[in-house]
Design a protein. Structure first.
Length: 275
């Protein structure tokens, strides 16, 4: 029987190691352990992972629905915690706390309690609860970790409640801003009509940063329009200035910071929409 390491399985199935560990914590996959304690997967595990990926990406199922579907297909799954919170309320109609409300709704749709979300992401329960109530205090890395945990993306959670007509042309000054990142990070959506490309303009004040490494599925491209931008990919530091670009697989852990004395302006593209 051939056994595969987690990095090989991620490549074979189009996922990433952090996603596979998350699914393991949810009880969706149960890898074996090598003699030195490393996760290893057999062909049956790979078949299940591909099935989970299809349910998530193509069918749009959340974690609870995936568990049910796996059971119906007679895949082995680990027992699920019974601790749950009451059914979610809808987003705050005033819009003031809408981003936090959307994350709360996504967490509950994923069937997770605050404690479970904290355990899966490593974030304090008090932080998650406060962010859900106030939409304040989150960093890029923490939002990305929560969205990944809930089986969604920050971009999807930032979509307006009432979708406007799809626009092929986005005029200057009419871009939709993604809320929730505070005054030092301004993210503008440049393309609303595409399903695979996430095209954004980032305006970062000096010192704005991701506040930690994060990773997700897909690939990304960054082009610096102005200012200075320092990014670490797999602990390798790159300093970029106006006209410089970088592209890398998003599965590689990355963190960044706007350096210099003036705002940094970037064109940032992800594919698929995995930010």
């Amino acid at each position: 029987m051939t056994l595969h390491r987690i990095t090989d399985v991620a490549r074979l199935t189009g996922t990433n190691a952090s996603t596979l560990r998350l699914w393991e914590q949810h009880g969706l996959v149960t890898p074996k352990r090598s003699a030195v304690g490393q996760r290893v997967f057999d062909s049956a595990d790979i078949e299940k992972i591909r099935a989970i990926q299809h349910m998530r990406k193509v069918e749009g199922l959340n974690m609870s629905a995936i568990r049910k579907a796996l059971a119906e297909k007679h895949f082995d799954i680990a027992p699920e915690s019974l601790e749950r919170e009451p059914e979610a309320e809808g987003p705050d109609e005033s819009g003031q706390n809408e981003m936090g409300s959307r994350f709360r709704l996504a967490r509950r749709k994923a069937g997770l309690s605050l404690r479970e979300a904290g355990e899966l992401t490593g974030l304090p329960v008090s932080f998650i609860s406060t962010f859900e109530r106030t939409s304040q205090g989150a960093t890029v890395a923490s939002m990305q970790a929560l969205a990944l945990c809930y089986g969604t993306t920050v971009t999807d959670l930032s979509q307006p409640s009432r979708r406007k007509r799809r626009r092929e042309v986005v005029r200057r000054g009419e871009e939709r801003r993604i809320a929730g990142f505070g005054k030092n990070i301004r993210i503008l959506q440049l393309a609303e009509s595409l399903s695979l490309l996430d095209c954004q303009k980032w305006v970062l004040q000096p010192g704005a940063e991701s506040s930690g490494f994060y990773s997700h599925e897909g690939e990304e491209f960054i082009h610096v329009l102005s200012g200075m931008f320092r990014i670490a990919v797999d602990d390798v530091q790159h300093v970029l200035g106006p006209g410089d670009s970088i592209a890398f697989p998003s599965q590689h852990p990355h963190s960044w910071r706007a350096t210099g004395d003036e705002p940094t302006v970037l064109i940032w593209v992800n594919t698929p929409k995995s930010f």
